[in-house]
Design a binder for this molecule. Structure first.
Ligand code: SAH
Ligand code: SF4
Length: 347
């Protein structure tokens, strides 16, 4: 049985034609699935009965099994299991007037940032496109909520799983798919330069929102906390970002996790401003106060230190926001995703 969410529109039309069925039936199926959230072929009433039977035997509409949901005041964490037994986490975040879904792209992560809980067990494997899309579909069908925004800030490094990420994004933003606005889908990367270049040349991917985790304003500190910096030097990364073809009125987000006594001084802020240089209109900075993990030796700076950092950047004309992660109380905040079942007590 094949996963239905692994098909783009053209692939499904081709597949359906090869069964001797007219290709417009593919569009009807996609309409039920992505517009209405109806996954049961038996309920797709505009399809002939015999076709519904055939589809039931050929395709599965669940790639993941929902194990648990942990509800907090402003976020719900969904814990899934893959067919081969890995755990995957997705977080639904309530904003003032809409929902954002934080989606995982890998089981674990190979990048090895020293401050991130996802890095602790290394990379297990990439998620397939259908496993990425299914995180959205299960939340949609379970809660009836169709999140307006998707951020690839769950477990894993999205650009290290480019092909599957790309296909999932095609399903997220296409009119025949989930039809999300491209500016409401955010790819967050630790800064793999070759893959950012690839994204820049890809008409589908370059119109999405790009967020880059900078986390340190100079090479040696960044190397220490984000080891990929050795092979992806900070100055080259910044050059690439200054060249990246941005849609009008769009900015690249620089994410900066503030860690106590490590990268949180006013001098670090001034150095970050220097890194941005005269390209102030091209970037905005999101400061993320560190979310602690029992296994990691870091902590969050005091509030006045956080706001002093922000002030340094404001004074230099750089749009800077402090983003307190939601979902800390369900271990669903940035850097806390490690898919440990024992941390997911329901209730
Ligand atoms: N791998 C991608 C996306 C997932 S991480 C990336 O690194 O960008 C999403 C964000 O969470 C990144 O900006 C990362 O720097 C941040 N993050 C990681 N660990 C964190 C922690 N313990 N507290 C706060 N933010 C953290
Ligand atoms: Fe991977 Fe991102 Fe965590 Fe770094 S911060 S280990 S790239 S998930």
């Amino acid at each position: 049985m094949k996963p239905l969410f692994s098909f783009t529109r053209s692939q499904l039309r081709e597949e359906i034609s090869s069964l001797g069925v007219e290709p417009y039936r593919a569009d009807q199926i996609l309409g039920w699935v992505y517009k209405k959230g109806i996954l049961d072929f038996g309920s797709m009433t505009n399809l002939p009965k015999d076709l519904r039977e055939i589809l039931k035997n050929l395709y599965v509409t669940k790639s993941l099994t929902l194990l648990k949901k942990v509800q907090g005041p402003d976020a719900t964490k969904y814990l899934f299991r893959t067919k081969d037994g890995h755990l995957v986490e997705t977080v639904l975040i309530k904003e003032r007037d809409h929902y954002t879904l934080c989606v995982s792209t890998q089981v674990g992560c190979a990048v090895g940032c020293t401050f991130c809980a996802t890095a602790i067990d290394g990379l297990k494997r990439n998620l397939s496109a259908d496993e990425i899309v299914d995180q959205y579909m299960q939340v949609f069908t379970d809660s009836g909520i169709k999140p307006r925004n998707v951020v690839f800030m769950g477990m894993g490094e999205p650009l290290a799983n480019y092909e599957n990420l790309r296909k999932a994004c095609e399903i997220f933003v296409s009119p025949w798919g989930l039809d999300l606005s491209k500016r409401r889908v955010t790819v967050s990367t630790s800064g793999i330069i070759s893959q950012i270049r690839r994204m820049a040349k890809d008409p589908l991917m370059r119109d999405l929102n790009l967020a880059v985790s900078i986390n340190a304003p100079y090479q040696d500190l960044r190397e220490r906390i984000m080891p990929l910096t050795k092979t992806n030097p900070l100055d080259e990364l910044m050059e690439e970002l200054k060249r990246f073809p941005l849609p009008r009125y769009r900015r690249i987000t620089l994410e900066y996790v503030l860690i106590k006594d490590l990268n949180d001084s006013p001098q670090h802020a001034r150095d970050l401003a220097k890194l941005i240089g005269r390209h102030k209109k091209r970037f905005k900075v999101n400061l993320i106060p560190y979310n602690p993990d029992p296994l990691l030796p870091y902590s969050r700076p005091p509030l006045e230190r956080i706001f002093a950092f922000q002030r340094e950047l404001w004074e230099r004309g750089i749009s800077t926001f402090v983003r307190f992660s939601k979902g800390v109380d369900v271990f669903g905040a940035c850097g806390q995703l490690r898919a440990r079942e024992e941390l997911c007590q329901s209730g």
